[in-house]
Design a protein around this ligand. Sequence first.
Ligand SMILES: [Zn+2]
Ligand SMILES: [Zn+2]
Length: 142
Amino acid sequence: MTAPYTARCACGSVSATIRGEPLAIRLCWCRQCQQIAAGGPTTNAVFQVADIDLVGRLSTHSFPAASGNTLTQHFCPSCGAPVYGQSSARMHLASIRLGFLDVGHGLKPDTSIWTEEAPDWAVIDPALARFDRQAPPPVRQD
Ligand SMILES: [Zn+2]
Ligand SMILES: [Zn+2]
């Protein structure tokens, strides 16, 4: 499938339409992601904020990242479903959690990041690009 993508949280109080293609799709194994993803990695499609129309109220939690930037997690206050993450260094991008997208989107991860913090049971797909820590910021391909 190609854009537009539709999305909704587990309870349906937050939804979105996304009118562009992701710049990257990454599995993040950092410790903070394990905390919000029930122990595994978060799976994030990096979209341009300008392409995203969000409907509904979100709660947020911000914390300082190892890079010195502030990371903010946005989630549904009713069901707790992760919706997107954002870095203060790249406010034009949003890492939409892949589980927020409606079934049938056809998107798959291309990169694993922060693998040095992955638990010892983690299976890191050798077919994906891999970074021990942060990957370089995604660049628009068009
Ligand atoms: Zn919800
Ligand atoms: Zn992470």
